[in-house]
Design a protein around this ligand. Structure first.
Ligand SMILES: NC(=O)c1ccc[n+]([C@@H]2O[C@H](COP(=O)([O-])OP(=O)(O)OC[C@H]3O[C@@H](n4cnc5c(N)ncnc54)[C@H](O)[C@@H]3O)[C@@H](O)[C@H]2O)c1
Length: 338
């Protein structure tokens, strides 16, 4: 009877959970993510998800008073609510119980200088995207990381959805054949009907007609983070939509379309071990975000193992891509080398 119910729920042993496997929790601090920030809560929640971190310090606003009162509302001790990153890096690195990792979610222009101050004290970094505001800062950041040999994770969080990892697995196993077309779209509508000057925030990216299109807009009326990824190859195709994250469409040439469901018997161990609950119970944005936190912790404990969270290289590539897209747009859509 026991065996049967286990079979019914699938390979539970592979799913993520909150056991510590005899490893200590990692002491983490955060910079950014104050009272009205969009992403601060997501970072703090993601760090709690799998029980791998202990949140002990932070700065939550450039305004000292706001930062302290928000830190204390999150349950931090008064002496661990700092007001500037340099004194936080210095004080934390001197404590026996100081932070071992830092999450950064300030606007991107500050990422390099904040990260550098902590990396030079040997503190591991998990940082939000875009990595930096300039290519120069991105390249400098990579150098500091390599020199100080710390673990660096970038929260390109969509990449950690279990069914996108399944898509990656299908593509890496050459099940789509030679890739002919990649189509990514991300319509948002938050600039529509705001102020004229906000329309500048609208980006439209266009890639090679034959190889792919990335279309991103914040002026797509009614758009609500409608991320959709389609990849077409000579032997098949995949399609995934953030609104329906637990399902991946997979079509092999001349065969009917399959819908592969998260944590079902068909998925790879790579995808399954990025899930926390058995098939049929939906998972979403927070769980995918938390996958990066969880693997970041595992990487700190197991320096030599290879994990799949996005790294500094993905961040540098992303910034180079953004600048190349902007340059191309200024050149009337001419090709630009990255
Ligand atoms: N991964 C995602 O899905 C995602 C989503 C939204 C935003 N982001 C990224 O997260 C970062 C922050 O975005 P947001 O929307 O939360 O920004 P926001 O402007 O809403 O909030 C920024 C927060 O950081 C605080 N802050 C700013 N500078 C600070 C400093 N020097 N020290 C301490 N606190 C400081 C502000 O008081 C505020 O609370 C950006 O890099 C953004 O691109 C990522």
């Amino acid at each position: 009877m026991k065996k049967k119910s286990k079979i019914a729920f699938g390979r539970l042993d592979l799913l993520r959970n909150d056991t510590l496997n005899n490893k200590n929790k990692i002491r983490i601090g955060f910079i950014g993510g104050g009272p009205n920030s969009f992403i601060g809560y997501t970072h703090r929640l993601s760090a709690r998800f799998d029980n791998k971190f202990e949140f002990v310090a932070g700065i939550f606003s450039k305004d000292k008073k706001k930062s302290k009162s928000f830190g204390s509302s999150l349950g931090l001790a008064d002496d661990r609510c700092y007001s500037d990153y340099k004194s936080m890096a210095s004080a934390e690195s001197k404590r026996n119980d100081g932070i071992q990792a830092l999450g950064i979610m300030t606007p991107s222009g500050d990422h390099y200088k904040i990260a550098k101050a902590f990396i030079e004290k040997g503190i591991h970094i998990i940082c939000d995207k875009p990595l930096t505001a300039t290519v120069e800062d991105a390249v400098k950041l990579k150098k500091v990381i390599l020199k100080n040999k710390i673990v660096f994770a970038l929260t390109h969080n969509y990449s950690s959805y279990p069914m996108l990892r399944e898509a990656k697995n299908i593509i890496s196993n050459h099940k789509l054949g030679k890739i002919n077309l990649i189509n990514v779209e991300y319509p948002q509508g938050y600039t529509v009907g705001v102020k004229k000057k906000d329309e500048k925030a609208t980006l439209k990216w266009r890639l090679d007609k034959k190889r792919g299109i990335i279309w991103v807009s914040s002026a797509a009326t009614g758009g609500e983070n409608g991320l959709k990824i389609r990849v077409y190859g000579t032997k098949g195709s995949i399609e995934w939509l953030q609104d329906d994250p637990n399902n991946l469409k997979f079509t092999e040439l001349d065969k009917p379309m399959k819908v592969i469901t998260r944590a079902s018997k068909l998925v790879s161990n790579f995808s399954l071990s990025s899930s926390r609950i058995a098939a049929g119970h939906p998972e979403g944005f927070f769980e995918a975000f938390a996958n990066i936190y969880s693997e970041f912790a595992d990487q700190i404990h197991n320096k030599n193992k290879k994990y799949s969270f996005p790294t500094i290289d993905d961040g540098v590539a992303g910034i180079k891509f953004i600048y190349a897209a902007k340059k191309s747009s200024n050149l009337n859509s001419k090709w630009v080398k990255i």
